[in-house]
Design a protein. Sequence first.
Length: 152
Amino acid sequence: MKERFKLIPEVFLLLIEDGKILLSRRFQTGYEDGNYGLPAGHGESGETMREGTAREAREEIGIEVKPEDLEFALTQHRWCPDPGNEHARVGYYFIPKNFTGIPHNAEPEKCDDLQFFSLDALPENMVPHVRAVIEAYKSREKYNEHNWETRA
């Protein structure tokens, strides 16, 4: 039997306060190092995407958010043209309605800067698919496709 097509699920936190969004600069990860992204990670077996987002928020920026306090923002379906490992991913983006704690860099071995940026003045050095999703969010889109024009 032919193996079914598989997607890698990702979870992202959009922490927005007063027109500013929290971004973290990747460091020593082997992927997009030096570029700003969002608190994020892979969805894991046995957890919902909201549970995964809450877990990543705790692990990466030290805040506690209940899964039920995460409001769906949008989904992004993107193509990753890694040579020899081309694949698709689906990212689920959530906004916390409530959380406890003060956001801080809880993973200094993977992040060397954590700060809020105006949604209208994002840094130049950003992970491309994160920039695309923030622009989609600002346009009130609920679904975004990214990088599909690069597929062979």
